[in-house]
Design a protein around this ligand. Structure first.
Ligand SMILES: [Zn+2]
Length: 804
């Protein structure tokens, strides 16, 4: 009762102060404060080794790529230590160096490393030299000015800042500089990078304003960076500048970078998803610090828009590659899902901030889902290979890369992974929030109490958790433990995905060995008491394998299920399933779903054993059901660690929704050769027909970036065949993409060892969005070749090539 009264009082105070939905906050910042990762030492078998590998492998190789690609040299040249032109491709390449410094600074706090510390000092020295006298820092322009303006990137304007709202990325680089500077200052106590950042921010503050340069950032992130500078210096001008960069946005810009409306009028997640999530995070910061209700309302509505219709079951966001961003609600294709690794990290930032504002578990449910699935998929188990997009289905065309020309994702992984322990706990007054269950030892100030809190858990494989509470002196405070949505029959907050069965088993909670009754509020179950040394809480979350179904408006997931256990989403991958064919599997829903831990597999993982069958098309167009066989599933995040091949998250449960093996046609039985062999070549005889020439839900093959030349593909038959007809379906992703239907095509056949053109009976037509068929005089051939003349200005590709 007393608790209820104090809760009501809290609500009343909140209403009086802010006439809205803010929790009480006396600090002028988030009402709930995260327990910094420096206070939480992970001791588990899942995350701790990954954080160590990030320090030992990811950060060093990321720095070595910055050196070998010329990113560091850009600073050396701009700083007068070297000579030459701008070394890299993009004007935002400076940002990678800043992001990896941020990651290294975090990492130093867990793994002290004098050599790394000294390397950072050297880098920061070079960055300082590259900064112009008035504080301007953008190596591309500084280097170009040394060459009389030659080499200025086409995205940058002659004058500073003018094209930032388009593509110059001047402010984007600086946002990452500010974040790195604060991290480095907090890690080492050195002001070197912070002073560079403040000098820069003072110039930005002088140049930008309602009566000065009135340009919004083309790629958001400086908003978050400035808030961090405000927190570390206490200088309000940086906070005001962050707010300016949000308020100056819209309404007449592009949806692509969220400038189509004033930020407070935005209700939908649109455009580039990394830009979007960085902006929402910056807005949450302003909402928290300035108690701004309009900001809060906007991000609340946008969060609902994402969660109710634009998020994947893996937590990934940003469905389409063309805009690297959001599509319409329920448009969530699987094979072409973009789900950029950076967008997952950005969405974690946003959801964490919303939790700190509201204290509700639904935000951590999204955070946890993203963390264990879409984010983690971005980096290999070996910690040296990275995904940019994280699709939910593959025909083998996807593979992690060691690095990218545009290297935002690896550098984001490098800085995010060491900070993961900071998401485990949070505090508000005399309340401790336990958000993630990961074995750890933590030293936390709860109210006036110094408390050692430790967890023993084997997440995400086992739902049992022990929390040991050791206050320095016995005292009263409250511990709020998150009850994950998945432990309460909720696959994802908002209902876009749901468990198709309701599990009656519920979680159990014990205090010092005795079952206790607790109250649950906002998804947290709470124990408030006089805590004393050695107190122990035990939680037991049931972790059965659950089948997930999607909202029927998601066309691609109809008559399919995904398997989830705890927060982990599973997939079927090629090495574990018969001949490597996965896409044509149908899951037998009546067969039991058995789970076991396999220590020797993928660094030790829980797998699921199910049952199903493959389907195959027949020559007369029917679908055959092949004999029943075991189906093995692994955690989605661990796919593509054993080479590229087929993978599928959403498993068909009906013949109709299955993707049958191709029928044994001539094309299917042939060996393919091509002027350009890529893994995508297998698309051309897979017998899947697109809806149109720009259908990204069906696999296709392309010659991009080649253009204005003849290219070819050849089918070598397994025995001579008499053929007289061919059909081709072209790929064309105009107007946004780089491929168009070709200018010409021609068919040749191999007779003996001579290639001869066929004598066509019908025209060689070239059509978008439908088949082009061509009949020719019958020939006996041992192979057939299609020659394609690519457009002068565009590349080309095709979905399917049929021979009859
Ligand atoms: Zn990225």
């Amino acid at each position: 009762m007393q608790k209820l009264t104090s809760f009501l009082l809290l609500i009343t105070v909140s209403i009086l102060l802010f006439s809205g939905c803010f929790r009480s906050s006396s600090s002028g910042d988030y009402p709930i404060q995260p327990v910094p990762f420096t206070s939480v030492k992970l001791t588990d078998n899942f995350w701790a080794p990954r954080i160590k590998k990030n320090a030992d492998i990811t950060i060093p190789i990321a720095f070595s790529y910055c050196e070998s690609t010329g990113r560091v040299k850009n600073f050396e040249i701009a700083g007068g230590l070297d000579t030459g032109k701008f070394q890299t491709i993009y004007p935002f390449d400076d940002s990678d160096v800043f992001k990896i410094i941020e990651g290294a600074a975090y990492s130093l706090q867990t793994f002290p490393d004098p050599e790394l510390d000294a390397y950072l000092d050297t880098l920061i020295y070079k960055i300082g030299l590259a900064q112009e006298d008035d504080g301007y820092l953008y190596t591309n322009r500084t280097i170009a000015e040394m060459h009389g303006g030659a080499g200025l990137h086409e995205w940058a304007s002659k004058n500073r800042w003018e094209l930032d709202s388009i593509l110059s990325h001047e402010l984007y680089n600086l946002g990452h500089l500010y974040e790195a500077a604060v991290a480095h200052f907090q890690a080492t106590g050195k002001r070197t990078l912070l002073d560079i950042a403040l000098k820069s921010a003072d110039l930005v503050n002088k140049d930008f304003g309602w009566d000065r340069v009135k340009v919004y950032p083309g790629h958001q992130v400086i908003e978050m960076g400035l808030v961090k500078l405000y927190r570390v210096t206490g200088e309000k001008k940086y906070l005001d500048l962050a707010r300016f960069f949000l308020d100056v946005r819209g309404p007449k810009g592009e949806a692509y970078n969220q400038a189509n409306k004033k930020v407070i009028d935005q209700t939908e997640a649109v455009g580039h998803s990394v830009r979007a999530t960085y902006m929402y995070s910056g807005m949450a910061d302003i909402a928290a610090i300035e108690k701004d209700k309009a900001y809060l309302n906007a991000i609340t509505r946008i969060w609902e828009d994402i969660v109710y219709g634009k998020i994947y079951i893996t937590g990934g966001i940003g469905a389409t590659g063309g805009n690297e961003g959001f599509a319409d609600p329920f448009v969530l294709p699987n094979m072409s899902a973009y789900c950029e690794t950076c967008a997952s990290i950005g969405d974690i930032f946003t959801n964490h901030r919303l939790f700190l504002l509201h204290g509700e578990t639904k935000y951590i449910d999204i955070l946890e889902k993203t963390l264990y699935n879409s984010m983690l998929s971005g980096v290999s188990i070996s910690a040296d290979r990275f995904f940019y997009p994280n699709p939910l289905e593959s025909n083998g065309q996807h593979e992690r890369s060691a690095w990218f020309g545009c290297a935002c994702c690896p550098s984001n992984i490098a800085r995010f992974v060491p900070a993961i322990p900071g998401y485990v706990y949070a505090v508000a007054d005399d309340e401790l929030y336990v958000n993630l269950y990961i074995s750890n030892n933590a030293g936390i100030n709860i109210g006036r109490q110094k408390v050692t809190v430790s967890q023993k858990a084997n997440f995400p494989w086992d739902g049992k958790v022990e929390i040991l509470v050791d206050p320095e002196t016995s005292g009263k405070f409250s511990i709020k433990m998150r009850i994950p949505g998945w432990a309460e029959n909720e696959a994802v907050p908002g209902g876009l995905y749901r468990f198709d069965d309701q599990d009656s088993e519920t979680y159990k909670i014990m205090l010092n060995g005795e079952p206790i009754e607790t109250e649950t509020e906002n998804g947290y179950t709470e124990i408030e008491r006089q805590w004393k040394r050695g107190d122990k809480i035990e939680l037991d979350f049931p972790m059965p394998v659950r089948t997930v179904v999607a909202d029927e408006r998601i066309k691609e997931d109809v008559s399919k299920v995904a398997l989830q256990r705890g927060p982990v989403i599973y997939c079927a991958e090629w090495p574990d399933n018969n001949t490597g064919n996965v896409l044509n599997i149908v899951l037998n829903r009546d067969a039991p779903l058995i789970t076991e831990f396999v220590p020797s597999m993928l660094g030790g993982t829980q797998i699921i054993k199910a049952s199903g069958f493959q389907t195959q098309k027949t020559l007369d167009g029917k679908i055959d059901k092949l004999p029943e066989e075991p189906v093995t599933l692994i955690p989605y995040a661990l796919w593509n660690n054993r080479g590229p091949g087929q993978m599928m998250v959403w498993l068909p449960v009906t013949l109709e929704s299955s993707h049958p093996l191709p029928a044994p046609t001539i094309a299917w039985r042939s060996k393919i050769r091509a002027s350009k062999m890529t893994r995508a070549i297998s698309a051309i005889n897979d017998q899947s027909e697109p809806q149109n020439s720009n259908d990204h839900s069906v696999a296709y093959y392309h010659w991009w970036p080649d253009k204005d030349q003849w290219v070819w593909i050849e089918y070598d038959f397994d025995k001579p065949e008499t053929i007289s007809k061919t059909k081709v379906y072209w790929f064309d992703d105009g107007p946004d993409g780089g491929c168009r239907i070709p200018d010409e095509w021609e068919i040749l056949y191999l007779s003996g060892n001579i290639w001869k053109p066929v004598k066509n009976r019908t025209e060689y037509t070239i059509t978008k969005d439908s088949w082009d068929s061509m009949n020719f005089d019958p020939v006996l051939a041992s192979a057939i070749k299609i020659k394609v003349k690519l457009n002068k200005d565009y590349s080309g590709g095709l979905y399917e090539w049929i021979v009859e």
